[in-house]
Design a protein around this ligand. Structure first.
Ligand SMILES: *Cc1c(COP(=O)(O)O)cnc(C)c1O
Length: 382
């Protein structure tokens, strides 16, 4: 393999241009046309979730979910700190407060055992993240939510076609948010979806997503005036975006199978290094089926992690760290609050290195794995 192995390369299935042309030639190219409906039907069927609304991003889906949860000033939402900014911003945009709790050392997902102690009379919801497409411990989390009358929202941005105890990510809580950003498994440039468990949420979501109007009811002939009825913004993607997403969803299984094969190559390549104590490989609990979204390793310390990213780059391999924990970011300190000890969040993410992983990378993964192993076996100054 010669040339640079990029960290990510967005998949192209080959049908995108044809479906975009269809969208351009259709009578309408704004939201809610045939391609949007096709994608929503596909997600509804594949996730076994009753209501799906395509959105312009996972960020907007997370915000819509916060509106549907009724988050307002002073309300608190419990979430991990090891996540993308959008999980927390969704709450902050409504005037609420993200309350960060620690993650589990095995999956790096929210530590369900730390949630209950963080609940106050202002707590309204729990936002969980399925990191690397490995689901959080949903049975325990849903049980806590039921005991305290809280809503649960899945940030399933990375978890398309993943499952927990045989049930699809996206159908494991009150609502779920997916991302089709170019860095995800299935992409439309920018894009997302909000999945809802109740018909009431779905009806309300369409009002908020259609600029606070009753356009849906008007189009269905349920009202005779098209008017402003509630808060809202523009959260629905155009048919051009939906056309790209459709071309990708048609091939979602192939894309995921290919990524899983690459994930497995890395996992086998690093088995001996783990036994030798040079790194730790990802942990996938028995009840979770993942989608090969991320292959990461945990290195002994932050210095070695940073050195490895530089060494890989010098050897033509793109790799990456991941989130700076939100509770130690400037906005996280300003808008959020921590509950309890954050030892795992404060240590493991600084040791995490993501290997390049994209559809069709084939033997480039072997070259990348070899480059990391070679660098790890050279003693580095501590
Ligand atoms: C990618 C990602 C998002 C944001 O997705 P967008 O579609 O870019 O808005 C949110 N949360 C997590 C966990 C993500 O990985």
């Amino acid at each position: 393999m010669s040339g640079f192995v990029p960290f990510n390369r967005a998949p192209v299935t080959g049908r995108e241009l044809e479906l975009i042309a269809e969208a351009l030639n259709a009578p309408h190219m704004a939201a809610d046309g045939v391609h949007t409906k096709w994608c929503q039907a596909w997600l509804t069927e594949r996730l076994g979730a009753p209501h799906v609304l395509l959105t312009t991003s996972c960020t907007s889906a997370l915000e819509l979910a916060a509106i549907l949860c009724g988050i307002g000033p002073g309300d608190e939402v419990i979430m991990p700190s090891f996540t993308f900014v959008s999980t927390a911003n969704a709450i902050v945009m409504r005037g609420g407060t993200p309350v960060f709790v620690d993650i589990r050392p095995d999956t790096l997902n929210i530590d369900e055992k730390r949630i209950e102690a963080a609940i106050t009379e202002r707590t309204r919801a729990i936002y969980v993240v399925h990191y690397a497409g490995v689901c959080a411990e949903m049975d325990a989390i849903n049980a806590i939510a039921r005991r305290h009358g809280l809503l649960v929202v899945e940030d399933a941005a990375q978890a398309l076609l993943c499952s927990y105890k045989g049930k699809a990510a996206g159908a494991l809580a009150d609502m779920a948010c997916f991302s089709f950003h170019e860095t995800k498994n299935v992409v439309s440039g920018e894009g997302g979806a909000l999945v809802m468990s109740s018909a009431d949420q779905y009806v309300r979501s369409r009002v908020h997503a259609e600029k606070g109007t009753n356009r849906t009811a008007f189009m269905l002939g349920q009202v005779d005036k098209y008017t402003w009825v509630d808060k809202g913004a523009s959260y629905m993607p155009s048919e051009i975006t939906a056309a790209v997403l459709r071309a990708q969803l048609e091939r979602a299984e192939d894309i995921i199978a290919d990524r899983l094969a690459t994930w497995q190559r890395y996992h086998e390549a690093f088995a001996q290094a783990e036994r030798d104590g040079l790194l730790r490989r990802p942990v996938v609990p028995q009840e979770c089926v993942h989608n090969g979204h991320i292959y990461y390793v945990l290195l002994p310390d932050n210095g070695q992690r940073n050195a490895m990213i530089a060494t890989l780059k010098a050897n033509n391999v793109g790799s990456a760290f991941h989130y700076i924990p939100l509770h130690s970011s400037p906005a996280g300190e300003r808008f959020g609050r921590v509950h309890g000890d954050m030892t795992v969040t404060d240590t493991l993410p600084g040791r995490l290195l993501r290997m390049p992983l994209w559809y069709g990378m084939g033997t480039a993964a072997d070259a990348a794995a070899e480059a990391l192993l070679k660098a790890l076996r050279v003693p580095h100054p501590a």
